[in-house]
Design a protein around this ligand. Structure first.
Ligand code: ADP
Ligand code: MG
Length: 421
């Protein structure tokens, strides 16, 4: 069992960069994946969000590039695929930080960037390219990118890439990179639909690593919820939390329309916020994230699509202003806080109709999510009353009954009675 970075077969220039980044010891996924990757194995790894998967593939890739230095200029040797452009930039940033004592070149190829800006990249020597699948495929089709020199193919957030429909594109990219030596696949979970077949095609006899976090790394997220009587009550709770309790907060809403509405409401309450949503111009997204990252605003409003895979440092609170549609999305959302061992809070603001969802989440994560109250803002409605009124349940059983059971039982019941008489 490896406990220190020094025990990993990494050159001192990498160890120095690691130290400068303030990493004291490898996380579990790093300790397990790095030696296997350096041994030449394919990797199939899953580990929870925030446990340092990026360095777990970037470090062995950098070491590989140093062990087998290129002899002449040429195209990329390591290709990292990520589901979103923000994530691509983050991975590239972290790779550049870890590679700061090397001469290796790291580039990104993502959507939302003007074609021209990439033009000069393609003419220069690249060692690592971090790309989103769709845009990279366009480049390959236009013969502006060459995969033939790729030796390592790395897939980050493979589950998300599948969710976002990138499966076929990734398959094509995989065959474009068919001369590669190694493939590394990282994912938060390997349970999603289709992941199994997907990985079987990509990987050859992979080392399987399931790094359920040890207690030390497990996130210290305190979760609770507040009940709101109405939408106005919910907004009042949010304002109170943002101004009285929270420090750096991501507020999740379910749609762009909801985001626009909330943004206006918070602005008129003089609460400054940045916001990100799907299909937003790249520079505006970057701008919003930068403002939040630098701390010029402490509240970031986000939709789920926009927030996928982004590592926003030092988030103290995640607030579910709208409950997510599934328990899995809830987990992804709250994974934005308490990263790499820090503490965090996850607060859900729920109306009566959200009660079944919060109960479902608690069952899914096998943890209790307690209710809390804010003085003078207590809900007026009683919880149990609304618990019984599970809309979905009553509706479903009602329609089922009227469709099949009810008519037959109605018909048969009087018959039986008449027979008895
Ligand atoms: P994941 O991809 O598993 O969600 P990241 O790679 O984004 O996680 O890492 C989450 C955070 O933890 C980042 O801010 C990263 O710099 C930090 N981190 C990574 N490895 C370590 C380590 N060994 N010690 C301390 N912090 C780390
Ligand atoms: Mg990651």
């Amino acid at each position: 069992m490896i406990r220190t970075f020094a025990e990993l077969d990494l050159d001192s220039n990498l160890l120095e960069a690691i130290e400068e980044m303030g990493f004291d010891r490898p996380t579990k996924i790093q300790a397990e994946a790095i030696p296997q990757a350096l041994d030449g194995r394919d990797i199939l790894a899953s580990a929870p969000t925030g446990t340092g998967k990026t360095a777990a593939f970037v470090l062995p890739a950098l070491q590989f590039l140093q062990d087998f230095p290129r002899r002449k200029p040429g195209p990329a040797r390591v290709l990292i695929l990520t589901p979103t452009r923000e994530l691509a930039m983050q991975v590239a940033d972290q790779a550049r930080a870890l590679a700061k004592n090397t001469k290796l070149n790291i580039f990104t190829i993502t959507g939302g960037v003007q074609y021209q800006e990439h033009a000069d990249i393609l003419a220069t020597t690249q060692d690592i390219v971090v790309a989103t699948p769709g845009r990279l495929m366009e480049y390959i089709e236009a013969e502006r990118f060459d995969c033939r020199a790729i030796e390592w193919l790395i897939l980050d957030e493979a589950d998300r890439m599948l969710d976002m429909g990138f499966g076929p594109t990734v398959d094509r990219l995989s065959s474009e990179c068919r001369w590669r030596k190694q493939t590394l696949l990282f994912s938060a979970t390997l349970e999603g639909k289709g992941v199994e077949g997907f990985t079987a095609d990509l990987l050859t006899d992979p080392a399987e690593i399931d790094a359920k976090s040890p207690l030390r790394e497990r996130k210290k997220i305190t979760q609770w919820y507040h009940r709101a009587d109405t939408a106005e009550h919910k907004l009042a709770l949010l304002k109170h939390i943002l101004t009285q309790q929270a420090e750096r907060t991501i507020v999740f809403v379910k749609t762009r329309e909801r985001l626009a509405e909330l943004r206006a409401q918070l602005e008129s309450a003089q609460i400054n916020c940045a916001w990100i949503q799907g299909e937003m111009p790249q520079d505006r997204r970057n701008n919003a994230i930068a403002r939040f990252r630098e701390g010029s605003v402490n509240v970031l409003l986000a939709t789920d699509v926009a927030a996928r895979g982004i590592d926003l440092p030092d988030v103290s609170h995640v607030i579910n202003y709208d409950m997510p549609r599934t328990a899995d999305v809830y987990l992804h959302r709250i994974g934005r806080t308490a990263r790499a061992g820090k503490k965090g809070s996850a607060i859900s603001l729920i109306e009566a109709h959200d009660q079944p969802m919060i109960d479902r989440v608690a069952r899914y994560i096998k943890e209790e999510i307690k209710e809390r109250f804010i003085k003078e803002m207590r809900p007026q409605h009683k919880k149990s009353v609304f618990k019984k009124k599970k809309k979905t349940d009553t509706k479903k059983s009602a329609t089922k009954k009227s469709a099949s059971k009810k008519p037959t039982s109605k018909k048969s019941a009087p018959k039986k009675k008449s027979v008895k008489k």
